[in-house]
Design a protein around this ligand. Structure first.
Ligand SMILES: *[C@@H]1O[C@H](CO)[C@@H](O)[C@H](O)[C@H]1NC(C)=O
Length: 198
């Protein structure tokens, strides 16, 4: 697939990503089956990020909205970035003394469920997000976070209202940008867990 280039992201987003560029890790993570991230999990997460980035670049969906210039709306129900900072890492000046795999995975699971419900609800053909994001999100969940799967995948389906207003598209842009940033974090965590196995 295509490799991600920093220019794929808006400058503000890039700044945010670079504000904690390297996790200096001095100790390996203990291997646990639930948090075991295979090489294919790394690829599933990367594909999801690429598909979200592509979705954000859709000109027809975001016509009249400079999506790059919009602020992002993050999922505030989870604390993935802080909870998943690796042990002995220094992020934003605070040294993380412990890496709690269980709460890190729980938070990522909450993110994935949150965004899955959102993307499913977005299946209005008049406001098309496209199938790629939903497909790759589901692949990542099924193959790498199976324990976090929703019991009823279709319960959140929202009926299409036959409209795709400016406000709906603006909101979609902001939420998708938040999803993109959270997915960058999830990619980093999966990479971290994956490297710990070898
Ligand atoms: C999703 O991203 C992957 C990786 O870049 C790409 O191979 C695939 O074609 C994308 N899916 C769609 C439907 O665009």
């Amino acid at each position: 697939g295509k490799s991600l280039h920093p220019s794929d992201f808006a400058p503000a987003l890039l700044l945010l990503v670079l504000s904690c560029p390297l996790w200096h890790v001095s100790q390996a993570v203990p291997v646990m089956s639930k948090g075991q991230m295979t090489d294919s999990c790394v690829l599933y997460a990367r594909t999801l990020l690429q598909n979200i980035t592509d979705a954000l670049a859709q000109r027809n969906l975001f016509s009249g909205i400079d999506c790059k210039e919009q602020s992002m709306q993050l999922n505030t129900k989870s604390n993935t970035p802080s909870v998943c900072a690796p042990k002995e890492s220094t992020c934003s000046g605070n040294t993380v003394s412990e890496f709690n795999l269980e709460s890190c995975l729980t938070n990522i699971g909450e993110d994935l469920q949150h965004y899955y419900k959102f993307v499913v609800a977005q299946s209005d053909p008049d406001c098309p997000l496209g199938p790629a994001v939903l497909f790759s999100l589901r692949e990542l969940m099924e193959n790498c976070f199976a324990w976090s799967l929703l019991s009823d995948w279709t319960s959140e389906q929202v009926a299409a209202d036959g409209q795709c207003t400016y406000d709906e598209r603006l909101s979609l842009c902001k939420i998708l940008k938040g999803f993109q940033v959270r997915t960058i974090t999830i990619n980093r965590v999966i990479g971290y867990l994956n490297s710990g196995e070898h």
